[in-house]
Design a protein around this ligand. Structure first.
Ligand code: FAD
Length: 466
């Protein structure tokens, strides 16, 4: 084949951007088994397609605003997007504007990297009562995802309950208790900052079904709690044993929790309670959540058993942080149990030329960097198939034809220059207020910012029409 290999990547989150980076390999090559190697032996063109007008997936819409260092991965993605052969088509949803069958026809190969956009179900009565929200929605709200700007969580009660014992639960707890002057220096959405300024929440209770040794928090995030300004950390439901814990990571976690448990509360205005061995049973309230019934558990010979003892925690806000779950797209085989695209080492089952990476390949686990290796392995599978002429390359459309077709289906398509303009508008707005950026949180404003300057110039500056 003399023409370049033409690949679509669906999703501009970390896994999609890393996949594009491996396909458009930089001059240094790619790390494999500790060595730099050249994976790519041919010219490749990559179109990254996302349903949002923006790039970077959960790096923009998931990672907590008070963790700007974690968001720095975007600088790598910017370098990738600047390489020859890269195009971006935002505001295009696969399954709505374009089908899986069409993508298979238009490109030599397609990599699905569209992340997990549903919540793992808690399966308790009252779960969907207003006032009970998924952490995914709450986080998308404070991060300015245009689909969740309307959320308006009720922060008028003094107590919030977060169900879950992982880093996402900690992210929510920090944002609910952080001083708003600290948040005002981040890229948190303006609407969230406004709401948090009027928040009456003073106590955030994190519920873990299991014991303190099994908590899924990472050590740095757990230790960070101890440095929060104006927040006491309280541990409940943990009877610390003197047993030696062989695993160093668990040992460090237990040490931190023990320190929190032994530290006298300082009488700060706010507190976070880490409460273990407690399961949610049902959400109370009809029109709005008013509380949560919980059952107390105990550990018997290493397993967690319910005790049949119940109590009620009064609260007006319940945040369910029990995990993410992937969605199917018509035309792709879906593993209902794991919530991923059915695949073997990144090759989509029974669909020649289709590949998957990221959370839709492995399930919703792993940090940003995990997706780099995951994407590399998928790209290696694709390139191996290309070498064996296993890709369905007949009938692949010309680059220009694909773009015309996409623009025809979505006149408000946001391309790479359009996304750069959005990025610049947000950053410039941030400079004047000492923030990394001020996010645009509604689609109309994003589209206005994406338009070439002449199109969104003020009427005064706009050239008169003839
Ligand atoms: C709340 C939260 C906080 C996190 N914090 C950290 C952290 O601090 N540090 C860290 O290292 N990791 C963190 N992670 C993990 C990290 O964000 C993930 O590992 C990573 O984002 C997964 O990448 P992905 O590309 O698979 O999915 P995503 O990041 O979800 O990207 C998927 C992209 O696909 C697009 N898409 C979805 N459906 C379609 C469709 N039908 N058509 C077109 N496009 C579509 C989406 O708009 C999105 O841009 C966090 C995760 C969460 C949930």
């Amino acid at each position: 084949m003399t023409r370049p290999l033409r690949v679509a990547v669906i999703g501009a989150g970390p896994s999609g951007m890393y996949a594009a980076g491996h396909l458009l390999e930089g001059p240094g090559g790619t790390y494999l088994d500790g060595r730099l190697v050249q994976l790519v032996n041919r010219r490749i063109e990559v179109d990254v397609i996302d349903r949002l007008a923006t790039q970077w997936g959960l790096v923009r819409n998931g990672v907590a605003p008070d963790h700007p260092d974690k968001k720095l991965a975007h600088t790598v993605f910017e370098h990738i997007a600047a390489r020859d052969g890269f195009r971006f088509f935002g505001n295009i949803e696969i399954g709505t504007h374009v089908t899986v069958a069409e993508l298979a026809q238009w490109y030599d190969a397609v990599i699905y990297a569209y992340g997990a956009d549903r919540d793992a179900a808690l399966r308790i009565p009252g779960e969907s009562t207003p006032g009970s929200v998924a952490a995914r929605e709450f986080i998308a709200w404070f991060n300015g995802h245009p689909g969740y700007a309307h959320l308006e969580p009720d922060l008028s009660h003094e107590r919030a309950v977060i169900i879950g014992n992982g880093n996402v639960a900690l992210d929510v707890a920090r944002i609910l208790t952080a001083p708003t002057d600290v948040l005002a220096r981040t890229d948190i959405a303006d609407h969230a900052l406004q709401t948090l300024r009027h928040s009456r929440i003073r106590e955030v209770v994190l519920l873990g079904r299991r014991g303190y040794e099994q908590a899924a928090f990472n050590n740095p995030e757990l230790e960070e709690l101890g440095h929060l300004r104006g927040v006491d950390i309280v541990v409940q439901g943990a009877e610390f044993q003197a047993t030696h814990q062989p695993d160093p990571t668990t040992r460090r976690k237990v040490k931190t929790l023990r320190t929190y448990a032994q530290t006298r509360v300082n009488g700060h205005d706010k507190r976070i309670i880490l409460r273990f061995l407690t399961s949610p049973v049902n959400v109370l309230g009809t029109d709005r959540a008013t509380g949560l019934t919980v059952e107390h558990n105990e550990i018997v010979e290493g397993s967690v058993n319910p005790t049949g003892t119940y109590s009620v925690i009064e609260t007006g806000l319940i945040v369910r942080a029990v995990g993410y779950f992937g969605s199917p797209i018509e035309g792709l085989p879906f593993d209902e149990r794991r919530g991923v695209i059915a695949n073997t080492h990144g090759r989509v089952e029974h669909l020649r030329g289709a590949y998957v990476t990221g959370w839709m390949k492995r399930g919703p686990r792993g940090i940003i960097g995990t997706n780099k290796k995951c994407a590399r392995d998928t790209v290696r599978a694709l390139l191996a198939d290309a070498d064996l002429n296993l890709l369905p390359t007949e009938g692949t459309l010309a680059r220009e034809t694909v773009e015309q077709e996409l623009r025809h289906r979505q006149p408000n398509l946001v391309d790479q220059p359009g996304w750069r303009r959005i990025d610049a508008v947000e950053r410039i707005a941030g400079w004047s207020t000492g923030r990394p950026r001020v996010k645009l949180t509604n689609l109309d404003r994003l589209l206005t910012a994406a338009a070439p300057v002449a199109e969104h110039a003020s009427p005064v500056n706009r050239p008169a029409t003839l």
